[in-house]
Design a protein. Structure first.
Length: 459
């Protein structure tokens, strides 16, 4: 926030080479605001500002920077400066950075780490991509159940500064297996000589290092927690995952789903960091697929070419019919995809969802159909544009809208559920894809109703 407000002033100080004033101003800012400021600066200037940060703020600010800005700054550093930064980074943030760097660069950076930090980095990078192991940090406080509250507080004083969080203290047995977790509130409000075992209820939630990151998001959401322990297949505590990392994963997953719903392949980087070529490539694939789908619409139109030539008035309402069906389908698919993502329902609820969407589709279609019928009646009253069969035309439009909106809501709601059942990503049943399906079937429905109601009249 402050970075955007003072960006012109900061640029003036840099141009005037008044680094003393710059350093004084930045020393009063929060690391997150400084990171925002640096990210908003031109790439050539980012390292200049970063270099004049107070030493105590260097690592905190670097951790708040976007990966793109982190890479820009590292490229301007010497090995000694890089070593100081990456050795001081928290293991989970360092793993996130290494994931975005070329293998050769990561190999060089690993050589700059201390033996202890290098072992930690290699362990975390050894877990599968998109797994919880890539998010966790080994920096936590664990105790045995036979120690006292006083012993725990002493350990916190001794090792707490290196811990990712002190909100939760983990209890392990002699073999290192997780047996419980306790909040710092429980610790602080208990008598000093009370044993940890007397506070335990053996009820806790945990993640496995090989779990998918999406599972972690669901568990954090379900239990509303700040941190969760990570165990291996033997139940031994090997790390923790905190909410800040989970929020980043949730944001990435949501962004990916939004891209797919919009009918594009998910971007790997932010919009501004993605090259124009990659933007074209990721958008062209879906556009080509949808283009071929719309060819079916053209084929459907050509099939009813004779009817259109006899009653040109029918062509006037084609955009109205197909857009209403596409819009209703887009609404339904968006609702169902989001509901699936939030675990509000599953495939087993398909019948309940179908009934709700059929009722909703009928009522929505009736509303739109009534508006369409009234519109035809008004235009006929004013200009007589629709001729002697205007009433039949009005009913064709009305019944077609009811049918196409019902079909749109039905297909839009069922397709994501079907994909989920097939263990595919429901977001790939994007709104444009559903709209294309509804366009074709909507045309067939429209002209079929027209043949029934206008046969022997206009047709």
């Amino acid at each position: 926030m402050f970075g955007n407000l003072l960006l012109p002033e900061i640029l003036e100080l840099i141009e005037a080479k008044d680094f003393r004033t710059l350093k004084e101003i930045m020393s009063e800012w929060h690391p997150a605001d400084l990171a925002e400021l640096i990210s908003d600066l031109p790439e050539a200037t980012q390292f200049v500002v970063f270099r004049f940060l107070p030493k105590k703020l260097t690592t905190p600010v670097f951790e708040y920077l976007s990966v793109e800005s982190q890479k820009t700054i590292l490229e301007s550093m010497g090995n000694k400066e890089i070593a100081a930064i990456i050795n001081d980074l928290s293991p989970d943030d360092r793993t996130s950075l290494f994931e975005e760097l070329p293998h050769s660069v990561v190999k060089n950076m690993l050589s700059l780490l201390s033996k202890e930090e290098r072992d930690i980095a290699k362990t975390l990078l050894g877990y599968p991509e998109e797994s919880v192991g890539r998010l966790m940090t080994p920096e936590y406080i664990s105790v045995k159940e036979d120690v006292t509250i006083e012993d725990v507080l002493e350990k916190i004083r001794k090792y707490g500064k290196d811990s990712e969080t002190l909100d939760v203290i983990y209890v392990i047995d002699e073999d290192g297996k997780l047996v419980d977790d306790l909040t710092i509130r429980q610790i602080l409000l208990s008598p000093p000589q009370k044993q940890i075992a007397k506070l335990m209820d053996y009820k806790f939630s945990s993640l496995n290092a090989t779990d998918d990151q999406e599972i972690a998001v669901d568990i954090f959401r379900k239990y509303d927690c700040y941190a969760l322990p990570v165990i291996d297949n033997d139940g031994c505590l090997i790390g923790i995952v905190t909410i800040d990392d989970i929020l980043e994963v949730a944001e990435e997953e949501t962004t990916e789903d939004i891209h797919k719903i919009g009918g594009i392949e998910a971007l790997d980087d932010s919009y501004m960091q993605t090259s124009v070529f990659d933007l074209i490539r990721k958008r062209a694939i879906w556009l080509i697929v949808l283009f071929f789908g719309e060819m079916l619409t053209a084929s459907a139109m050509s099939h009813f070419e004779g009817d259109i030539s006899k009653a040109v008035v029918l062509a006037l309402f084609v955009p109205l019919i197909i857009s209403s069906g596409g819009n209703s389908g887009s609404q339904a698919t968006s609702l169902i995809i989001r509901g699936l993502a939030l675990k509000e329902f599953g495939f087993s609820d398909w019948w309940k969802i179908m009934k709700r969407e059929l009722v909703s589709g009928f009522i929505l279609g009736f509303i739109l159909g009534s508006i369409g019928f009234i519109r035809i009646w008004l235009w006929q009253s004013i200009s007589g544009i629709y001729g002697p069969y205007w009433l039949s035309i009005g009913f064709v439009v009305m019944f077609s809208l009811i049918g196409v909106v019902m079909w749109g809501t039905l297909s839009g709601s069922m397709l994501p559920l079907l994909l989920k059942r097939l263990k595919l990503d429901p977001a790939t049943s994007s709104a444009p894809f559903v709209a294309t399906i509804v366009d074709v079937t909507g045309l067939i429905l429209y002209f079929s109703i027209a043949q029934m109601l206008l046969g022997g009249k206009l047709l």
